[in-house]
Design a protein around this ligand. Structure first.
Ligand code: FES
Length: 417
């Protein structure tokens, strides 16, 4: 049994999945989330506004019709699910375009070149402004002829330069230089039409965040409202790992998946260990059972919930899901990461060479025994060579299986599990 926290921050086309772990056996602190939400009137209604009304939630997911709730789980229910959900009393609206969104872990950004990304359907460019010593997030569109600024460069004065006609921009999105403008003409680069939309941005928990609204009213939004803060990521007594992976579906699908523990025994059968059940309880092979989730608070700031498998689940909209508590099984299933490509290639090639060497050695040993004239080899030498040949052959076969299993891609086949 180990104690861990797992946090996920999802983007529209990719997700960051952060795993923070304490050494096992140490008690985890209660998570403290700073989210001083100040409500703003919606300014953009492309996405639906969700309304939250006062409600009492006690959820139960029935997975297996053959299951019954064991006594231990019943006591959990009695202890934890008897309280009412705390929710906001007033109707509230959620503005998708007045939120902090994670862009990238800073460790994955390159200060020497701009990076283009699409978040919530909006093309942005991220670049390092060495004059302000800060990361900047702009619309990825040059105001001149709409060329993507992410294909530009950082010029020798540290400005973002569009590579189509060379316009240069400062950290506030202001145009600093138009090469084609006459030097003795009007300062057309100071026109507001020559500016790029610059989004408020900040670095927190080693992640670059940006506020998805470049309106001037949000210029100082960081002083009023900060991105969700995960204390464990900055706590040196935890180990952290940041993973960025492009996925073929929206972030909301991933977030919903992470909130849904009932799929685990089936969708992850064989790769995540299910909790051990009492033999007296009738369950199917995968161990699905009714799960009870108590939603403690629910409003436009998200929800907090408690379940029988993970002690605390916290959702901070739009894209942070945070859980802490105790999980059975081996947490390395969650936090394991493959070695770097170079090491993998070397190991793969080395093991393949070893397999061939063992097979050649095995054949050579048998060949020597077969070719040796009567009396040239003692009986002991013959049996030693034959034994070595057999062992080498068996080891090469095992190695072949090991390489196939660990280095070749295998799609997850649910039917064969
Ligand atoms: S399109 Fe960017 S300078 Fe012309």
């Amino acid at each position: 049994m180990g104690t861990l926290t797992a946090t996920s921050l999802s983007l529209s086309s990719s997700h960051l999945n952060l795993i923070t772990r304490r050494p096992f056996g140490r008690k985890i602190k209660n998570p403290i989330l700073h989210y001083p939400f100040s409500y703003q009137q919606p300014t953009n209604l492309h996405l639906p506004s969700y309304q939250f009304k006062k409600a009492k939630f006690e959820l139960s997911t029935a997975i297996s019709s053959t299951d019954t709730v064991p006594a231990a789980d019943q006591s959990f229910k009695d202890a934890s699910f008897g309280q009412e959900t705390e929710t906001s009393e007033k109707d509230e609206k959620f503005d998708w375009y007045a939120q902090w969104y994670p862009v990238m872990p800073v460790c994955d950004l390159d200060k020497r070149r701009p990076l283009g990304k699409k978040v919530m359907g909006i093309d942005i460019v991220v670049w390092w402004d060495r004059n302000e010593n800060d990361w900047k997030v702009f619309d990825d569109t040059c105001p001149h002829r709409l060329a993507p600024l992410s294909e530009g460069r950082i010029d020798q004065w540290g400005r973002l330069q569009c590579v189509y006609h060379g316009w240069c921009f400062g950290g506030s999105g202001d145009c600093k230089f138009i090469p084609q403008a006459p030097r003795d003409g009007p300062p057309i680069h100071t026109s507001s039409k020559a500016c790029v939309a610059a989004y408020p941005s900040c670095v927190q928990n080693g992640i670059l965040w940006f506020w998805l609204n470049a309106d001037s009213q949000y210029k100082d939004i960081f002083s009023k409202e900060k991105p969700p803060y995960i204390p464990e990521i900055d706590d040196p007594s935890f180990t952290s790992q940041m993973i960025t992976r492009d996925i073929q579906y929206g972030y909301e699908v991933l977030i919903e998946n992470l909130m849904d523990p009932s799929h685990v025994p089936y969708a992850h059968y064989g790769i995540m260990r299910a909790p051990q059940r009492s033999k007296s309880v009738k369950v199917d092979r995968e161990g699905g059972r009714p799960l009870e989730i108590r939603v403690k608070t629910l409003d436009k700031k998200g929800f907090t919930a408690k379940s029988s498998t993970i002690s605390d689940n916290i959702f901070i909209p739009p894209c942070v899901f945070y859980s802490s508590g105790s999980l059975g099984g081996n947490p390395d299933n969650i936090s394991a990461s493959p070695a770097g490509t170079t090491e993998c290639n070397l190991a793969y090639k080395g093991l393949n060479v070893l397999e061939i060497v063992l097979q050649v050695f095995s054949l050579a040993s048998i060949g020597i025994v077969a070719a040796a004239k009567q009396g040239a080899l003692s009986a002991a030498a013959r049996s030693t060579l034959v034994s070595v040949a057999i062992i080498s052959f068996l080891v090469s076969k095992w190695l072949s299986h090991f390489v196939y299993k660990n280095f070749h891609f295998h799609d997850y086949d649910h039917a064969s599990r």
